[in-house]
Design a protein around this ligand. Structure first.
Ligand code: MG
Length: 385
């Protein structure tokens, strides 16, 4: 029997690579539901290529052209953020791949879990913002969450078959595009520089998040929720080659690591096929071609975002939601060349200093906290301080 998939964010980097896995395994998967934010032409082409039942375009302005482009097919066409969440929780799919960017991924994750579906999660913000809520819901519905984040997929693999408590999780970090840029030049880095990631080819937002290490901070929070590990047992180590995707140390001193070339189709295929593994034609890792794997400490003065994320994790409540909302606004402003790269972390700090804090938030509280963080970040960026 084929696994019927809903792929949220199918025109993005993770979405396209998920469709590669579907294409490579036509007898295992079918892409029933596809959603995109604005790229309606690409979405229409995917719907035809994969004979999708349903497509959703989140930005309602593109509903009419998408509907017209698919008028001669049986594909149902919807529009709007609510429709994305509805298709995540509805239909006859068993697995939802959430490859949305940012806060927008939370409601569809909740909808998928409420319906008891398996959630293959690339949208780490679902856990950063609402981890307590999301994990409780997954436990209540016995709905599995499989990580599509290379570090968390690595930790997941290291933990498979283990019952003993862990001493620490060691999350590896490439250092991002600005790893070798001296600190005094950071205020002047251009968008192009920050988008030039040395190892991973990813969407723009996550590439900027990697350059600030906001992404690594979010991954610490994500690891906490996925594996139930407290902040003080999660370490981050710089590993410029991005070959060791992360590690787990146990109480007897044993350390397990998962290695491979940087290719997101590995964690994607594992999330879809676990406990099986894909047979993939990709390049194999060659130890002799990479005789040196190096590790170093992260520069926490150059990258304050990492400690801010740890602090948000320790505070709990809506703190990480505030960090995320401010970051989304600031990254968009940086990409639009409205602010300096260093303003991203400053906008986050500005919002965290002023936002209301709710210790045990409801889903509505997250929405209010996200909106407040966005307002505060805008105020900082507009100079209304
Ligand atoms: Mg990652």
């Amino acid at each position: 029997m084929k696994q019927p998939l809903a792929i949220l964010g199918s025109t993005g980097s993770i979405g396209e690579q998920t469709l590669d896995i579907v294409r490579e395994n036509p007898d295992r998967f079918e892409a029933r539901i596809l959603t995109a934010n604005r790229q309606w032409e690409r979405l229409a082409a995917q719907a035809r290529a994969f004979d999708a039942d349903t497509v959703v375009i989140a930005d309602e302005r593109y509903y009419a052209p998408l509907r017209d482009a698919l008028a001669d097919t049986d594909t149902k066409v919807y529009a709007g953020d609510d429709a994305v969440a509805q298709v995540a929780g509805g239909g006859d799919t068993t697995t939802v791949v959430n490859a949305l960017v940012g806060y927008a991924g939370l409601a569809p994750s909740v909808a998928a879990l409420r319906a008891g579906k398996k959630l293959a999660l690339a949208n780490k913000e679902s856990l950063v913002v609402g981890g307590a809520h999301v994990m409780a819901l997954a436990a209540e519905k016995r709905a599995p969450i499989l990580p599509i984040d290379s570090e968390h997929s690595a930790i997941f693999q290291c933990l498979a078959g283990e019952r003993a408590p862990v001493r620490r999780l060691i999350v590896t970090c490439s250092g991002g595009a600005l790893r070798d840029v001296p600190m005094e030049r950071l205020a002047r880095v251009t968008v192009d520089e920050a988008l030039r990631h040395p190892q991973w080819s990813m969407g723009a937002k996550i590439t900027i998040d990697s350059s600030t290490l906001v992404n690594k901070g979010f991954e610490v929070i994500e690891a906490h929720w996925l594996f139930g590990t407290p902040a003080e047992k999660i370490d981050v180590v710089l590993h410029p080659q991005s070959i060791v995707h992360s590690m787990v140390e146990f109480e007897d001193g044993a350390i397990k690591a998962q290695l491979g070339t940087p290719d997101m189709r590995m964690p994607i295929s594992l999330a879809l096929m676990y406990p099986d593994r894909a047979i993939r034609p990709q390049e194999r890792f060659d130890f002799l071609a990479h005789p040196q794997l190096t590790f170093a400490e992260v520069d926490r003065v150059k990258y304050p975002a990492l400690d801010i994320a740890y602090d948000c994790l320790r505070r709990g409540g809506t703190a990480a939601c505030t960090m995320n909302g401010a970051n989304e606004v600031a990254v968009a402003a940086f990409l639009a060349r409205r602010c300096a790269w260093t303003d991203i972390v400053r906008a986050i700090e500005y919002a965290l200093d002023r936002a209301a804090f709710i210790a045990t938030p409801s889903l509505d509280d997250y929405a209010a906290s996200d909106a407040e963080a966005r307002r505060l970040a805008e105020a900082y960026l507009n100079g209304n301080r």
